[in-house]
Structures are given as structure tokens and as C-alpha cells.
Design a protein around this ligand. Structure first.
Ligand code: PRP
Ligand code: MN
Ligand code: MG
Length: 185
């Protein structure tokens, strides 16, 4: 295990099994349709790459990048689009894919924003749900794991841009981030 990690929270094998289940469920729900999968950069890329390869329906991919306004550690709730979709989603079945729902502010904003564009349907799939940190209620349609209030990295999730490539989901040692500005995930 990486020296900056306290322990493994979810192993690579557990993730793979759950991603296959989610893929099967989504494939069933969208049978006969084509799905536009929207990944939210950068945290969602690893999960998205694995999830879409578990889908047996026609799929197209697009990406958005968003950022919370302000440099403070607590998210303000105001979200800025850094990179928008490349296509019009009017009339399309759209699935937002995220790595984690924490305060809910990012997904709440994305849902409201994409709904104004007139998709045929809009659902949300997230790998991790940390309900203890929620500030706004978000309806998540597909969730991989509910996790405790720990600082987790790996499988796309970062601390200060690092550790996204680690294959498990791990709890970061407190000493790695304490004393520095605390910026969750
Ligand atoms: C993280 C995470 C989610 C969001 C969740 O992204 O990947 O997108 O925060 O937090 P929330 O529910 O409190 O809004 P981050 O802004 O760190 O960008 P990144 O995906 O590039 O790491
Ligand atoms: Mn993110
Ligand atoms: Mg992050």
C-alpha cells in the first residue's frame, strides 16, 4: 500500500464487482435506448471508463469540468463551468457520472443546469456517497457505495491532484493533509 495511506477502504476487486452490477442495472433500465454518458472531470474519469465498458447498450461519451467559486476550503455552492458539453442534449437520454457526492453542491448545480437544456431524461450515477457531509439534497439514481466521513483518494479521487491512479479507494493519512488547507477531494 502507498505510504501516505492509512488503510484500504474499498478494494479494487470490490469496486470491479460493484461497477459490473451498476453496468448491468443501467443496461437493463435503458434497454433499447442510446445513452449519452457525461463524465465530470477529473474525478469521474476512472470510474466512467470502467462503467461504460460494462454497458451493453449504445453509448456516447461527453465531459464537463466544473469548479466551485472561491478558494476557501468550504464550497460556496456557486459552481462555474470550466468545460461545457460539446453537444446539444435536447431529446437525449443523459446519465451524469460522478466519483463522489459529498456536499451535493456540484451535482445539484449540474442537474439544474442540464435540465434547462431539455434532455429526454436525466439521471445521476455516482460511485461513492458520503451522506454525512450533505448540504443540499440530491437524488442519486445509481450509487456504488455509501462511505463514512473519511478523506478518501484513489480510483479517480485526489488530494491536491495526486493519487487518482491508485487502484483501490484508500483513506489518506491525516498527517498528509493536516496543517495544509483542507480541500475535500
Ligand atoms: C470533487 C468530486 C466531485 C465533487 C463532490 O471534485 O470529484 O466532483 O468534488 O463534492 P460536492 O458534492 O461537495 O460538490 P473536485 O472539485 O475536487 O474536482 P476533481 O474532480 O477534478 O477532483
Ligand atoms: Mn469532481
Ligand atoms: Mg478533487
Amino acid at each position: 500500500m502507498h505510504e501516505d495511506m492509512e488503510r484500504v477502504l474499498i478494494t479494487e476487486e470490490e469496486i470491479a464487482r460493484r461497477v459490473r452490477e451498476l453496468g448491468a442495472e443501467i443496461s437493463q433500465d435503458y434497454a433499447g435506448k442510446e445513452l449519452l454518458v457525461v463524465g465530470i472531470l477529473k474525478g469521474a474519469v476512472i470510474f466512467m471508463a470502467d462503467l461504460v465498458r460494462c454497458l451493453n447498450i449504445p453509448v456516447r461519451l461527453d465531459f464537463m469540468a466544473v469548479s466551485s467559486y472561491g478558494a476557501s476550503s468550504e464550497s460556496s455552492g456557486v459552481v462555474r463551468i470550466l468545460k461545457d458539453l460539446e453537444q446539444n442534449i435536447e431529446g437525449l437520454d443523459v446519465l451524469i457520472v460522478e466519483d463522489i457526492v459529498d456536499t451535493g453542491l456540484t451535482l445539484n448545480y449540474l442537474r439544474e443546469n442540464l435540465l434547462t437544456r431539455g434532455p429526454a431524461s436525466l439521471k445521476i450515477c455516482t460511485l461513492l456517497d458520503k451522506p454525512s457531509r450533505r448540504k443540499v439534497n440530491v437524488q442519486v439514481d445509481y450509487n456504488g457505495f455509501v462511505i463514512p466521513d473519511e478523506f478518501v483518494v484513489g480510483y479517480g479521487l485526489d488530494y491536491d491532484g495526486r493519487y487518482r491512479h491508485l487502484r483501490d479507494i484508500l483513506i489518506l493519512k491525516r498527517e498528509v493533509y493536516s496543517g495544509k488547507e483542507q480541500r475535500e477531494n
